[in-house]
Write a protein that binds this ligand. Structure first.
Ligand code: NI
Length: 160
C-alpha cells in the first residue's frame, strides 16, 4: 500500500513522464496502488496521487473490473457532455459538479505491456477523464467556479 498525496503537494501539479519500461517495479507499483485505492474506497487512482510522477493510472468504476492504463492517450471525446459530482482521494471532503464528455476512446498499455483500445461511457468514461487529468497536473477542482475554489482552499488549509 502506498500513502496518498494530498492537495498542496507539488507532485499533483507536475506533468507526469512516460513509463519507459513496464518492469517489475511498475507492476509492484500498480499492485500497491490498487490496494491504496480499494482501502480508501476510491474508483480511480493516478500515480501522482501516490507521489510518482509517471503516466499511469488505475480505475475500478462501479460494476466494472479493475483496469490499468499505462502511457494512456485519449483518442477522442464525444461532443455530448454531462454534469456529475466528483471527488478525489487527494482532495478529501470536497465534492463538485464537473462537466465531462459522455463518451471517450482511449489507448493505453496494460501491466503486461500489451496495447489496447477502449471505448468507454458512463462512470468509467468520467473516471478515466478525471485520472487522465491527474497526469497533466490537473485536478477536478480546477473546473469549479473560482469562488467555490477559494472556499475549498481555505477549508483544506484549515484541515492541516
Ligand atoms: Ni482524483
Amino acid at each position: 500500500m502506498r500513502s496518498i498525496t494530498y492537495y498542496g503537494e507539488p507532485v499533483l501539479r507536475e506533468i507526469a513522464t512516460k513509463v519507459e519500461d513496464i518492469n517489475e517495479e511498475i507492476v509492484a507499483l500498480i499492485e500497491e496502488m490498487a490496494v491504496s485505492m480499494e482501502e480508501n474506497n476510491g474508483i480511480g487512482l493516478a500515480a501522482p496521487q501516490v507521489g510518482v510522477s509517471k503516466t499511469l493510472f488505475i480505475t475500478h468504476a462501479p460494476n466494472d473490473k479493475l483496469r490499468v492504463f499505462i502511457n494512456p492517450e485519449i483518442l477522442s471525446t464525444s461532443p455530448e457532455t454531462c454534469l456529475y459530482e466528483e471527488g478525489c482521494l487527494s482532495v478529501p471532503g470536497v465534492y463538485g459538479k464537473v462537466k465531462r464528455s459522455e463518451k471517450i476512446s482511449i489507448q493505453a498499455y496494460d501491466q503486461r505491456g500489451k496495447v489496447f483500445k477502449l471505448d468507454a461511457d458512463g462512470m468509467l468514461a468520467r473516471v478515466i477523464q478525471h485520472e487522465y487529468d491527474h497526469l497533466k497536473g490537473k485536478l477536478f477542482i480546477d473546473y469549479l467556479p473560482e469562488k467555490k475554489v477559494a472556499k475549498i482552499i481555505k477549508k483544506l488549509q484549515n484541515q492541516k
